[in-house]
Design a protein around this ligand. Structure first.
Ligand code: FES
Length: 111
């Protein structure tokens, strides 16, 4: 049933390049960013105090929390500041018919 785990969370046009949006996913809210590298779906809650990262800034493929500047690399799925290398949740994402589809991590599916 792997194919049924993908969920459409937004349309391509809903997330303009250089922007971050909050979207509903799996009973909660995640963030979608559109960088020069493409689209990324990730944990919206800053690991510091839970502030919405969708309110933060994009610098290349790095999202920077608006409150205390903790930073996360969307391409490598790790924090870059202040705890460089700490894992950060970036979800599998694909594009189908102008829709952004997101999937939970395989280890979280069907447990
Ligand atoms: S809440 Fe994000 S850096 Fe403090």
């Amino acid at each position: 049933m792997m194919g049924s785990d993908w969920v459409a969370v937004a349309g391509l046009a809903d997330v303009p390049k250089g922007e971050i949006r909050e979207v509903l996913f799996d009973g909660g809210v995640i963030a979608i960013a559109h960088t020069e590298s493409g689209f990324f779906a990730f944990d919206n809650n800053c690991a510091h105090m839970g502030v919405s990262l969708a309110q933060g800034a994009l610098c290349g493929d790095v999202v920077i929390c608006p409150l205390h500047k903790w930073s996360y690399d969307l391409k490598t799925a790790v924090m870059t500041y202040p705890q460089a290398g700490r894992p950060f949740s970036v979800f599998p994402l694909k594009i189908v018919n102008d829709q952004l589809l997101v999937r939970r991590f395989p280890e979280e599916v069907g447990e």
